[in-house]
Every structure is written in structure tokens, then in C-alpha cells.
Design a binder for this molecule. Sequence first.
Ligand SMILES: Nc1ncnc2c1ncn2[C@@H]1O[C@H](COP(=O)(O)OP(=O)(O)OP(=O)(O)O)[C@@H](O)[C@H]1O
Ligand SMILES: [Mg+2]
Length: 311
Amino acid sequence: MSEHEDTVTVQAGPGHGPATADTVVAPAPARRDDTLELSRGLAEPPPAGRRRMPLAGLEARQITAWFGDHQVLDRVSLSMRAGEVTALIGPSGCGKSTFLRILNRMHELIPSASLAGEVLLDGQDIYDSSRRITQARRQIGMVFQKPNPFPAMSIYDNVVAGLKLTGTSMRRGDKDNLVEECLTKAGLWREVRDRLRQPGGALSGGQQQRLCIARSLAIRPRVLLMDEPCSALDPTSTRVIEETIAELVAEVTIVIVTHNMQQAARVSNRCAFFLAEQGTPGYIVEHGPTDAMFNDPQDPRTSDYVNGRFG
Ligand SMILES: Nc1ncnc2c1ncn2[C@@H]1O[C@H](COP(=O)(O)OP(=O)(O)OP(=O)(O)O)[C@@H](O)[C@H]1O
Ligand SMILES: [Mg+2]
């Protein structure tokens, strides 16, 4: 099954790696518990039209990550401010996707993976032992590089799949409203309103990606992580997704990975430049307001990268 924040593809926890015992995150719960927790986590969807949650910021503190003995991130700290778009940029292999997966506890699904550090959502560490793994994934949604709707499932059912997986019942009218609201926010409603019963797989790549955004929004995340969401899309679909991001950020904090410097400049408020030099773990060379990162970077490597001189 493809990656999907609502699916329950949890494996036994990682727990291996050279991090010290007091900083390593506890292994993920075994599959059965996690399934149970997912049901609990999503069992009480907020009623349609409910009061909005205030915007939430996300703060990574001293994140170090390993796959087995291979350290891939070194003490990465980054504040991703509430109501802003933060872009993560940097050459291939420097750990951007790994960092993103750490932000919603997906990293620990990989058997050899371990990490140290803290991720604070609204000041609360999502890795705190008292917090449920599914709580983090519900509050911090993810959209992947390759659109991954359920292809045979209808557009309508794709949007509410996160709720459906838990067996949650919602009044038909509320569900209809939720579907319209999420598709509208994802910039897809006008294109699919007359064919909601058609399969998700029948949409174009760009439409499928917006369907995945709508599906993420249906579980009301406070943060949306997007890993190169436009890399497989044509320029028109890319523009539509960028417009969607600009509108969504009023209510969902967004962190986006992109290799497209124009895109980073267009959509983000702040940028972080990751680099892994000659086999060393990835780290942040520089971060700050996007305008400064592009027009007045402090580090010559940032300047070289944003101007396309390497990577
Ligand atoms: N599942 C995994 N098992 C082992 N090593 C991994 C795994 N996933 C990533 N890595 C390694 O971690 C490092 C960082 O990879 P990551 O995918 O986070 O980089 P990235 O910056 O997202 O790259 P790209 O821009 O190509 O997507 C790389 O050295 C990669 O080989
Ligand atoms: Mg990546």
C-alpha cells in the first residue's frame, strides 16, 4: 500500500541506531495497538462547521536521525511558524524527506530508523511518551510526491477515507458539506462537483494531487507537510496547487519540500537550506525569510544553491 497518513501500515518499531538511550525515541507501538489508537484518534471527528482551531506552529529541536548506523541528519533545529509556508530546499539526499517524516512520526515506521531530538506542536513534544502516535499523524497531515488516491474508490469516498477507515459515522449532510468544503479548499471542487461518484484514479495527475490534499484536510490537520507535491505535475497543475497553498495557509501551517527554486520563492514565507557535504549528515546551512535567502543570503553556499550553481 502506498504511503498515506490515514492508512495503518505500521510496523514494529525501530529502536536501533547509535543514539544515546536517553535521547532515542521509544519504538513505535506494535501494529495491533497502533490500529486501535488510530481508531481512537479519529473516532471523534469534529462536526462540520465547528469552530476552527487556532493556527499552530511546529518547532524542531536538535533533530538527529539515523538509518541503522548511517547518520543522515545532524542536530537540525527549525521553527516553522504558525500560518506561514516554510520551504525546505537543498540537494538530493541531504535529508529533507527524512526531516519531514520526523515531523509527523512517520520516520519511525521504517524498521532501521531512529532519531533524537524534539518536535513541538504548539509547544508540546509530539514524541512525548504520553502522546499517542496517531495524534501526531492526525494533527500533522502529509501529501507525497506521487499522488496516492485510492484509485478504485470514488472521488467522494477518497475525501472522507480518513474518517471511513475508522468506521466513524457522520450524518450524510455533514459528510456532503465536508466533501464540498475540502474539495473547495483544495481547489478541485468546480472540476469534480458533477462527478463525485467517479473513481479517484480517473482524474489527471494534478487533480489526483489536489484530491490527496482534500483527503488530508478532511481530518482537520493543523499542519500540512508536502514533499515535492508538484514534481510530477505540469505547469498548469503546479500553478493551481501553488494557489491552493496560498489559500490554505490562512488556516493550516504548511511545510513544503521543493527542488524548484522559483516555487520556493513564490510560495514560501521562510526557507531552510539543507546540505549534506561529502558523506556527512545533513544539516541546515541557513534559514530565514525567503526574500533574504534569495536576495541576501549570508552563506556563499546558499547563494550558490539558490542561483543554481550546484545541486
Ligand atoms: N528507508 C531508508 N533506509 C535507509 N536509508 C535511507 C532511507 N531513506 C532515506 N535514506 C538515506 O537518508 C539520506 C537522506 O535521504 P532523504 O530521502 O531524506 O533525502 P532528500 O533530501 O529528501 O533527497 P531527495 O531530494 O532526493 O528527495 C540519504 O542518504 C538516503 O540514502
Ligand atoms: Mg526527498
